[in-house]
Design a protein around this ligand. Sequence first.
Ligand code: FAD
Ligand code: MG
Length: 340
Amino acid sequence: MKKGRGVFMKRLLAAFSVLLLLLSLFSFGSCSEQTVTKSVFAMNTYCTVTVPAKNADAADEIIRRVNALEALLSVSREGSDIYRLNYSDGEQTPIDNETALLLKRALELNSLLPAFDFSLFRLSLLWGFFDTPSVPDDADIKSALSHCGTDKLTVGDGFASLSGGAMVDLGAIAKGYAADEASKILLSHGVERALLNFGGNVFVLGTKQSGADYKVGIKKPYTEEILATLTGKDLFYVTSGSYERYFTEGGKNYCHIIDPKTGYPAESGLYSVTVVCEDGTLADVLSTAFFIMGAEASLDFINETHLCEAVFVTCGNGVIITDGLKDRFTLLSSDYALKD
Ligand code: FAD
Ligand code: MG
């Protein structure tokens, strides 16, 4: 039976409540230190910041920054830079320098990892991921795919243009960029410890007051349980998964991450990928690209570049972790087995 928007949105909100639940693992672990948590619904997710109460002004500044970034980068908000660019009929569009810089970074990362293709918005619309999802006709998918391609984007200082009917969507990079910007605000305020969760883009600053590490949970696919935990300070932990935004048609699940080679939702044998690294923007892009590439090609990439550590949760109930995580990873579910 086809699932309509209601079910899709319900699943979406359930996924976010789980992510918030994970945040509750982040006990500040101290009786003496008061904390404050600020949250905003932006970029179609909950963005949450937890800091010591004395740093509440840093949290307020982060919330303002996230709102400002959404106003620039949203695909669906009329008047945003990305919205105006997408509906400009190929005309040169004036955009903020920050949007131009992020588009340039996205182009660079697309060259490094072609699976990360932020020019697929026309396909996301066709699949209905921003409204009522359903499986389109194959001919329509092929037609939409022919309009996509990052080579159709030109970015200059303060302007951009799109040719050939392409449309861009920074949904796989902007939350990571926002988390990077938030981490800079924390450092500029001299904050010692903090936890951010921007819809699955987590940043851990410092340790608990006791000196112990915070634990970051990875969700067990399609459940409300925690599959595993990771530890490590001053790092971004970003997860892309098939169980967060998806719909079911004809007994098959279709997720929101599209393989640019086919125009269909990615099917690489993974339930999720969690990327751990010091760069939030890169971590966001890597997790999306790895989800499409699958574990084997992603591990080859990591072994060559050493850009990050990662956890792959496979559809065969296996878990693969990179060497750098061996002492920082704890598997909590006996339904899954750690693989070499
Ligand atoms: P990620 O893996 O990080 O990203 C997947 C998302 O990237 C997909 O949902 C799609 O948007 C895009 N994408 C799909 N395939 C690829 C690919 N191969 N390469 C690159 N990107 C791909 N959602 C709404 O429904 N309504 C909104 O109004 C809305 N506004 C947003 C505004 C902003 C500024 C941002 C950052 C996001 C917004 N979103 C909105 C959500 C967004 O479209 C994505 O669904 C979301 O960012 C997915 O994040 P993720 O961490 O689950 O997955
Ligand atoms: Mg991403």
